[in-house]
Design a protein around this ligand. Structure first.
Ligand code: HEM
Length: 416
């Protein structure tokens, strides 16, 4: 595979520019959500011609002609915990087109069988084993590169490269392949913006993973691919065709969300210096700070379902086959559930949020995501004394309507 120095497309590729575009420039979707929620917690939205509450296809990306948006915490939870009336097959029409058949689009009983197989690789014992050598080492090497400068942009220099490198290491990919892997991962994740590019990246990644899987079948190692190959439930193992989609899913599910949630956590704390200092002084506040950041600015705003039958939800009739968009962002800011929902408050009593989803599909990687955020925040607090937003920073902000995070986070810190 190509390296960063060889003049290949990876050398000139700017993933941050692509991501900034993908996030969109919506700064505050929350007042719109509040307005919708106050009017009706379930809103029928017509998106264009060919409606009827169903999907519309053409020869390229599938388009959704109409949807029902769910914006209250209670109803969002109701939809996500009811996988009989609300199917995850909706994901087959979008992300499934570039990933193949992943657990994200499966319903019971197929979903339980497949989730049980891959869940083995994410159990606590495996996570502990990754904590220092993989997660800690990745954060250290990224911070080493700028710790002597007294200033940094924490997005391109820390939070963006962090989780993809962790996943590359967890998968046991050779370091020389990382730039290429990062490029293809970013192209795959940008599926909503560049459909053809994502399909091409998906094909190339499958070829690449095919070689890795074949290698691990010959020489088992201590990495996730080897664990997936040998995972067994009821005497059955995963085929290559079942392993590919799972490996592809790890990129959007595990890398993009964690990069954005780590960025939002740092942004929240840097915007509230008193809270940052409180967390620095009492590391027991690190876990609540992580949960509050996830609630306050969820990296992924919406998850998709489709109604399997005619359903009445929040007084609104949803016809069978309709696309249902569950707004995690709106649910996390529901004033019925959270007092003063727009404030970032590490001391908030209710620490539950819906950013990892709920029910049978609740995020499989949530323990890993929390661990990554914890290791990252502790390292930032340990190694960057006097950390503050750069007073010359040009308008720091969080934006996005599909995914949310700050495009840049320029900071200054004291040299130790
Ligand atoms: C802060 C970071 C993360 C957030 C906010 C997040 C969010 C979510 C959400 C909302 C779902 C449910 C989707 C649905 O119901 O349709 C989900 C599922 C999933 N996540 Fe995460 N995720 C994060 C990190 C990770 C990581 C680090 C991994 C693994 C490396 C991961 C792997 C998965 C997988 C495999 C699923 C599918 C589970 C299933 O369908 O049963 N996620 N995630």
């Amino acid at each position: 595979m190509a390296s960063e120095q060889d003049g290949s497309p990876e050398a000139s590729y700017d993933p941050m520019a692509q991501f900034a575009e993908l996030a969109g420039d919506v700064r505050d979707p929350y007042s719109m959500f509040a307005g919708i929620r106050a009017d009706s917690p379930v809103l029928h939205v017509e998106l264009g011609a060919g409606s009827g509450g169903r999907y519309r296809h053409d020869d390229k990306a599938p388009r959704i002609s109409s949807l029902f948006a769910v914006t209250s915490h209670e109803l969002a939870q109701q939809v996500l915990t009811d996988n009989v009336r609300f199917s995850s097959a909706a994901n087959a029409m979008t992300i499934g087109q570039v990933m193949g058949r992943t657990i994200l689009e499966m319903d019971p009983p197929e979903h339980q069988r497949h989730r049980a197989l891959v869940a083995k690789a994410f159990r606590a014992r495996v996570l502990d084993q990754w904590s220092d050598p993989i997660i800690g080492a990745t954060v250290s090497e990224l911070i080493d590169a700028f710790a002597g400068d007294g200033h940094a942009d924490l997005i391109p220099q820390l939070t963006f490269p962090f989780p993809v490198r962790v996943i590359a290491r967890i998968l046991g990919l050779p370091e020389a392949d990382w730039p290429r892997f990062l490029h293809l991962s970013t192209q795959l994740i940008a599926v909503m913006r560049n459909w053809e590019g994502a399909l091409a990246a998906s094909r190339e990644l499958r070829g690449y993973f095919g070689e890795i899987i074949a290698d691990r079948r010959r020489n088992t190692r201590d990495d996730l691919v080897s664990q997936l190959i040998s995972a067994e439930v009821d005497g059955r193992r995963l085929s290559d065709e079942e392993i590919y989609p799972f490996l592809l899913l790890l990129l959007p599910a595990g890398a993009e969300t964690t990069y954005r949630s780590s960025s939002n956590l740092l942004f929240g704390l840097l915007s509230e210096p008193d809270q940052l200092e409180a967390v620095r002084a009492d590391r027991g506040l690190v876990p609540p700070a992580i949960e509050e950041a996830l609630r306050w600015e969820t990296p992924l705003l919406t998850v998709a379902r489709s109604a399997t039958e005619d359903v009445e939800l929040g007084g609104v009739r949803i016809p069978a086959g309709s696309f249902v968009a569950v707004s995690l962002g709106a649910a996390n800011r529901d004033p019925e559930r959270y007092p003063d929902p727009d404030a970032f408050n590490v001391g908030r009593e209710d620490k539950q949020h819906i950013s990892f989803g709920d029910g049978a599909h609740k995020c499989l990687g949530m323990h890993l995501a929390r661990l990554e955020m914890r290791v990252l925040l502790n390292a930032v607090l340990d190694r960057l004394p006097g950390l503050r937003l750069d007073p010359d920073a040009d308008d720091p902000h969080i934006h996005g309507l599909i995914f949310r995070s700050p495009p840049n986070l320029p900071v200054r810190f004291d040299l130790a």
